[in-house]
Design a protein around this ligand. Structure first.
Ligand SMILES: C[S@@+](CC[C@H](N)C(=O)[O-])C[C@H]1O[C@@H](n2cnc3c(N)ncnc32)[C@H](O)[C@@H]1O
Length: 236
């Protein structure tokens, strides 16, 4: 596919592609920048979206109920969640392919059929591929906080992201589970969500979802860091 790249990016070669890793079943590789030694797709020509048709049935046998985890790390949350919800499916996402591989290895060892991982940038996948009204819930636990003020612009939970989530979530009341250890990110994220007329906070000081602590949460609690958890409802 030919993509007209923004000025300055012409020397980069991008793959706008989604395919299953031949060595790791249920690991889907998406939008990797082709450059030896790099892992993260740091730059993406997002002004030229490739609206490839995508259906959840490419990932899951059961598409009746699909949830999304944003930034899954090594997949610890999903692996436990799947034991409690064998009748639901969940896509995890992780742009570090090494962690994504560890996640799918866990799923395979647990014989979960209802989990898949996307290795790539979840924002672009959500924006360009996830069909309207197709998700039952979304989870975002301990996203990279980008603590320096000049880096706040890289935070994922921003208005465009929330608008894409709204489009992708099924109409009615669908839940968005949020957690961070970073006070400023929490304050900014909650203030932004409060300001949007289609999002309502339904629980503050929420316990871990289904009683499951994520990998980072376990570590942070041991370190005595504060944990900010809340549950939000997206309305159509
Ligand atoms: C601090 S870790 C938290 C992992 C896990 N949720 C936990 O609580 O243990 C955040 C993860 O999100 C991933 N991440 C950040 N931005 C992402 C993006 N746009 N798409 C996919 N993964 C992303 C990072 O690579 C990192 O592994």
């Amino acid at each position: 596919m030919n993509i007209e790249l923004p000025t300055g990016l012409e020397h980069y070669e991008f793959i706008w592609d989604l395919h299953e890793d031949i060595h790791y079943p249920n690991l889907w590789l998406y939008l990797t920048r082709k450059q030896p030694g790099t892992i993260k797709p740091e730059l993406t020509p997002d002004n030229k979206p490739d609206r490839r048709n995508f259906s959840w049935s490419e990932f899951f046998k059961n598409t009746d109920h699909v949830e999304l985890e944003i930034g899954s790390g090594k997949g610890g949350f999903m692996n436990q969640w799947a034991k409690l919800h064998p009748d639901r499916s969940m896509l995890g996402s992780e742009w570090d392919v090494r962690w994504a591989r560890q996640a799918v290895k866990k799923f395979e060892a647990s014989r979960h059929q209802n989990l898949a991982m996307l290795s790539g940038d979840i924002f672009y996948f959500l924006q360009n591929h996830v069909p309207d009204n197709s998700l039952d819930a979304a989870h975002m636990y301990f996203p990279d906080p980008w603590p320096k003020k000049k880096h706040h612009k890289f935070r994922l939970l921003k208005e465009p992201f929330l608008k894409e989530l709204r489009r992708a979530l099924k109409p009615g009341s669908t839940k968005f589970y949020w957690a961070t250890d970073h006070q400023n990110y929490n304050e900014e994220a909650c203030a932004l969500m409060e300001s949007m007329d289609f999002i309502t906070c339904i629980q503050t000081d929420a316990p871990p979802t289904d009683g499951i602590m994520t990998g980072f949460e376990t570590k942070y609690r041991q370190e005595g860091r504060p944990i900010y958890r809340s549950v939000w409802e997206f309305k159509s």
